[in-house]
Design a protein around this ligand. Sequence first.
Ligand SMILES: CC(=O)N[C@H]1[C@@H](OP(=O)(O)OP(=O)(O)OC[C@H]2O[C@@H](n3ccc(=O)[nH]c3=O)[C@H](O)[C@@H]2O)O[C@H](CO)[C@@H](O)[C@@H]1O
Ligand SMILES: C=C(OP(=O)(O)O)C(=O)O
Length: 419
Amino acid sequence: MDAFKINGGNPLKGEVTISGAKNAALPILFSALLSQTPIRISNVPRLRDIETTNKLIAQFGADVHWADDNDVVIDASNIEHCLAPYDLVKTMRASILVLGPLLARFGHAEVSLPGGCAIGARPVDLHIQGLKAMGATIEVDNGYIKATNEGRLKGANIFMDVVSVGATENLMMAAALADGVTVIENAAREPEIVDLANCLNGMGAKVEGAGTDTLTITGVEALNGEHHSVMPDRIETGTYLVAAAVTQGDIKCLKADPHALDAVIAKLQEAGAQVDFGDDWISLKMEGRPKAVNIRTAPHPAFPTDMQAQFVALNVVAEGTAKTTETIFENRFMHVPELQRMGANISLEGNTAISTGVDQLTGAQVMATDLRASASLVIAGLVATTETQVDRIYHIDRGYQKIEDKLQGLGADIVRISV
Ligand SMILES: CC(=O)N[C@H]1[C@@H](OP(=O)(O)OP(=O)(O)OC[C@H]2O[C@@H](n3ccc(=O)[nH]c3=O)[C@H](O)[C@@H]2O)O[C@H](CO)[C@@H](O)[C@@H]1O
Ligand SMILES: C=C(OP(=O)(O)O)C(=O)O
């Protein structure tokens, strides 16, 4: 199993190129299942979750191949079956996103229930309810969601009582091929939803309102190939910016999208960082110790849950006391006990972490428990006074392309080892 060894103390300096967004690339790759002709997707990050997605799509019978370093071509004209098996689905929750496209195009789909995960139970009831509202018959049997539909799905009015990124994406993809108009109210407004809508519209879909809380989708009979470039990863960008702030560094992120990062930039400025940006870059300079900042996660455009752990790493070395409140996932504080082992002064009260920054963290052997928790431990390691070993970094490989190479390029002392 791989681990990172980190010797902290170097301020991050220089330029880092941001990869395509994992959370946009995954639904966009799955949207290829809606298309009768090949689709080419550029700026796809090279990550474990992307490999899992490609494997899942290929096992339905589609032809999936890398056409270039970051370009994937998918030809789903011939699909042999519509069964998504537990072995693949259990390794990546986003696999549930095959349900809408397969059902809409082929009238049936069997998808393993993804099961709970480290950060929370993460049910899929909204996905199922929305598809039922569009006329599908759905049963859950032996751990599988079994969905069927006679002919095309029917357009429907769907109100989602929880804002869900994945359910919005699944229903938007299904509605793209439905008969009639679907209106999704209380839809998620994340930039990745907009990127997916743009890709679908390029394939011939009629999706309006992406980026607002009401989506109107007029179904079409068929979708066809498209060449789409995935948006930059706002969470990867935010992670490097926080790492630079914590190490009192000076970095520039290239091929980034600063407009997708408003809430994160506001918090970095509140922490005392100087942040500048242009159309496709963002830079951060931090002089002196950051100031602790209160955080409350909520659906976009509020502060993203996927940046919570990284800001906890900032708060535990910042000047002052801060409250970090997690409102999206019920168990997304597993980095807290690991940070305590590195000397952090932090405690948990319900869904709030209360921290008072310490002058210095000390290195320790710590365990990554989920994707962003791993990132927060790496950030903590970058400022710790002695060596840190972060174990189980397969979590980080799900979502960060070549993180150790990128951090080394910024001057960090981090190496991958086999343990
Ligand atoms: C691949 C991907 O894009 N993952 C992102 C996506 O996950 P994902 O799409 O799984 O997250 P959701 O937006 O669906 O989850 C938000 C909340 O809704 C709840 N819920 C969701 C679906 C449902 O049917 N019933 C229900 O109750 C969840 O348990 C959670 O409490 O959005 C999350 C919230 O921004 C991010 O942290 C993840 O990085
Ligand atoms: C939680 C995340 O991903 P997933 O929804 O794929 O688990 C994430 O990207 O932080």
